[in-house]
Design a protein around this ligand. Structure first.
Ligand SMILES: [Zn+2]
Length: 385
């Protein structure tokens, strides 16, 4: 039982005005299952943004789980999005690979509202392989932020989800094998190695990353699923992989997905950055993923936004729910009118083919103006499907 959740229960339970005919949970679940919804669901990834919205700074919440959870619930209570994203930063993902005394040099807070910066943990492929072979994540796990911050925060939000009778789902974010393999050494390096390093060696590294991630899924089955978690975002790496790399190295993510979808009923894939049509296509073949949070077209694709939205929607027809709009850049630097226009465009191009969720391709920048976040919510609410 947590005090912060109980305080919010006192303020919210039985006092919430309904939004539309469906609950937030029902709306998200229906879109994921490719069924009609009363309104287009809207669930922007607010993880960093909600901290500053709620009046906290990032350094302030870094070691304060209650304030982190408070920020997420406060933001939801005000804006009533169709899901609550738990707060996740890079330290939650990789701090258990780093000895305690070395952590300060790997994670840096630049300013009160800035992202947490980090430095890669391994420089060479041999170093990266050794991190896994020596199971450093086990050695340094206890006392690291996945255990001391991420997990208690997740449990508090799931407690809120259950006590509120599942009116709104919590989205738990989980890193995938490709995401870890890339993050530990830096994305560009890993992608270069797919060409320059011996295939067998790279596969060995990827297999080790997969092994650790499959073990992590056992943890999530025990601590997230058993506490009510149903909606899961798989943070994919591999966002710049070409068809050949996907064919050679995509197996690790596929094996991870196979296990994740057996544990959780509503799984979606997050692929941010510049996406290739081949990557979108691969995601329609990985059984069990219900939705894809995709981003912008790859540089070489000379497509307008409506063309890109429509081509993805056609690809996803009968298979996946499409999640996008506006871009994270527009959400931060555009006007509310531009945000509105792009959300409308996405809805109009997508709904003829499949279901849609308003959800920019990546997390909303901490500096994005409130009126832009409100504009995306209001536009979704206007649109009855
Ligand atoms: Zn992203």
């Amino acid at each position: 039982m947590s005090k912060v959740v109980d305080e919010w229960m006192g303020r919210l339970k039985g006092k919430l005005k309904p939004v539309g005919e469906m609950t937030h949970w029902e709306r998200m679940a229906a879109a994921f299952e490719l069924k009609p919804t009363d309104m287009v669901p809207v669930a922007p990834e607010l993880d960093y943004w909600q901290i500053t919205y709620a009046g906290y700074t990032h350094p302030e919440i870094y070691n304060d789980v209650d304030k982190t959870t408070d920020a997420c619930i406060r933001t939801w209570a005000d804006l009533r999005t169709d899901a609550i994203w738990m707060y996740v930063d890079i330290s939650h993902q990789i701090e258990h690979f780093i000895p305690a005394e070395k952590r300060p040099e790997h994670f840096i807070h630049r300013g009160p509202n800035d992202y947490l910066l980090f430095k890669p943990i391994a420089k060479t492929l041999d170093e990266a392989i050794a991190l896994y072979e020596e199971r450093t994540f086990e050695k340094y796990g206890p006392g690291s932020r996945p255990a001391t911050h991420y997990t208690p925060h997740m449990l508090q939000l799931l407690e809120f989800q259950e006590k509120m009778d599942r009116v709104v789902p919590i989205i738990v974010g989980i890193g995938t094998p490709s995401n870890f393999a890339e993050t530990i050494v830096e994305v560009q390096k890993f992608v270069r190695w797919t060409i320059t390093e011996p295939k067998a060696k790279l596969k060995h590294y990827l297999d080790l990353a997969l092994g650790e991630r499959l073990e992590a899924l056992d943890f999530y089955a025990e601590h997230a699923r058993k506490n009510g978690c149903e909606f899961v975002c798989l943070f994919g790496g591999a966002r710049t992989w070409g068809p050949k790399q996907l064919e050679e190295f995509g197996y690790a993510d596929k094996a991870f997905v196979d296990k994740a979808v057996k544990i959780f009923p509503h799984v979606f894939w997050h692929i941010c950055g510049h996406n290739l049509p081949q990557a979108m296509e691969a995601l329609t073949r990985w059984d069990g993923i219900q939705a894809v949070q995709y981003d912008m077209p790859y540089y070489s694709q000379k497509l307008s936004w409506p063309e890109w939205f429509e081509s993805v929607a056609r690809l996803f027809a009968g298979k996946r729910c499409a999640m996008n709009a506006p871009t994270t850049q527009l959400a931060c630097h555009g006007t509310a009118a531009e945000v509105k226009a792009m959300v409308r465009q996405f809805i109009e191009c997508t709904l003829p083919h499949t279901t849609a969720v308003i959800m920019p391709g990546c997390e909303i920048d901490s500096f994005s103006p409130l009126e832009n976040v409100k504009a995306m919510i209001d536009t979704a609410r206007e649109h009855r499907s």
